[in-house]
Design a protein around this ligand. Structure first.
Ligand code: ADP
Ligand code: MG
Length: 384
């Protein structure tokens, strides 16, 4: 099953392009050319000065850069290509991600996911091949992680609100009432009819830990098909890179979970996705000083305390997205066991709840973490 799960991401899904509103072209000068953090604070893309420097090979050509607000965050595409080629390709890539948002977002009333949610406990819903494949992938990820990642987590939707001024934290009772609706085993998929059925009224799918990564995969496919040989895509806490930055791979900084402008190391990649799940994004401090954040443990309905942050590199955006969330909830030991059992090349840096740094084999050196970890294996400057 693992092989099957992994291969799914290589499937080419259909391309359709839609409107082109909210365009906001950006010059390279207003967006530093340096390594982005694999994790962006709150609701924005954030470039950090640091490890990425420009080589002489690139000095002659400025990358073409555009930003747009999508999926509740800011996305940015930076393509190393002539603007004549880059501009239409980037517009098409953004349109594709907008299309995916309209298909997969549980926040959009007309989306296919919303239709599935509205029919919970009533009837199966026929969906597009694309939605079916993403949902199937999410269900497989749920099974693989024994429910640490659960596509039906969204029965908790609306209980937490992290928006400034609108903060909301649910009572234990409210959470308890909703927990019985979370169970990926009660998501029924019918391949032949291509339907999804949530077996109980009150169940809800939420694609927040999988849709963004999938959208980045699709955007990358479009850029490559347009002949772009080198690009960087940013979407919230995730970065996707392809090709070379001059004469070497891209470098993507690993965000320090407690020091906003500091990197603890970086991943080098010429084709892959780097995703971060951290307890400092979409978070607030509760009445008793507790850190309340958006990565929830589906067994308790409470923000997971199993990790402080996970930064993970994978060839697939969808799996980088989902696995970083899953690894966070699993905690370092179980996450590393799972990641190493996968039939795929996944590297991860996990900061445990006690600030201890855990890595997949070879990643400590490859991600240049030496200077950030003390003699006891703890992240320097980290507080639980
Ligand atoms: P980000 O959205 O900042 O990239 P993550 O990739 O870690 O962060 O995804 C967190 C989002 O995933 C949450 O905002 C929510 O939409 C959803 N989510 C939270 N907990 C779970 C879970 N246990 N399983 C699946 N999805 C989850
Ligand atoms: Mg993610």
């Amino acid at each position: 099953m693992l092989r099957h799960l992994w291969l799914f991401c290589l499937c080419a899904l259909h391309v359709a392009c839609s409107g082109d509103e909210h365009r906001e072209a950006e010059s390279e000068r207003s967006m530093p050319a340096e390594a982005p953090q694999a994790s962006a604070p709150q609701q924005g893309v954030h470039d950090a000065p640091g490890s990425e420097t420009r080589s002489s090979a690139q000095a002659s050509m400025d990358p073409y850069t555009e930003r747009r607000r999508l999926m509740g965050t800011v996305f940015m595409i930076r393509a190393e290509a002539d603007p004549k080629i880059a501009r239409p390709a980037v517009a098409k890539a953004f349109a594709e991600m907008e299309r995916i948002e309209f298909l997969l977002s549980e926040w959009r009333p007309g989306s296919e996911i919303s239709r599935i949610n509205a029919a919970a406990g009533l009837h199966p819903v026929h969906v597009s091949e694309e939605t079916f494949t993403v949902v199937k992938s999410g269900v497989e990820m749920s099974a693989l992680t024994d429910g640490a990642f659960d596509l039906s987590w969204a029965a908790l939707h609306g209980l937490y609100d992290f928006r400034p001024g609108l903060e909301r934290v649910p009572s234990r009772d409210e959470i308890r009432r909703q927990l019985r609706f979370i169970d990926f085993r009660r998501i029924a998929l019918d391949e032949k009819e291509r339907t999804v059925y949530l077996k109980q009224r009150g169940m809800k799918l939420g694609t927040g830990a999988i849709g963004k990564g999938y959208a980045l995969d699709r955007a990358g496919q479009i850029l490559r098909a347009a002949g772009i040989r080198s690009y960087m895509l940013f979407g919230g806490g995730q970065v996707q890179v392809y090709g070379m930055r001059g004469d070497r791979p891209y470098r993507v900084g690993i965000q320090h979970p407690r020091l906003p402008d500091k990197h603890i190391g970086y991943f080098e990649s010429s084709g892959g996705s780097i995703s971060t799940s951290g307890d400092y994004e979409r978070a607030l401090i509760g009445p008793d000083g507790d850190r309340i954040h958006h990565i929830l443990d589906p067994r308790t309905g409470l923000p997971s305390k199993a990790s402080i942050s996970v930064t993970l590199h994978s060839s697939s955006g969808l799996y980088a997205d989902a696995l970083s969330t899953a690894a966070f909830v699993l905690g370092p030991e179980r996450a590393l066991a799972l990641l190493q059992s996968l039939d795929a090349d996944v590297s991860a840096v996990i900061v445990g709840p006690d600030c201890r740094v855990h890595t997949t084999p070879g990643t400590f050196e490859a991600a240049h973490l030496e200077g950030s970890v003390d003699e006891n294996g703890l992240l320097v400057g980290c507080k639980p």
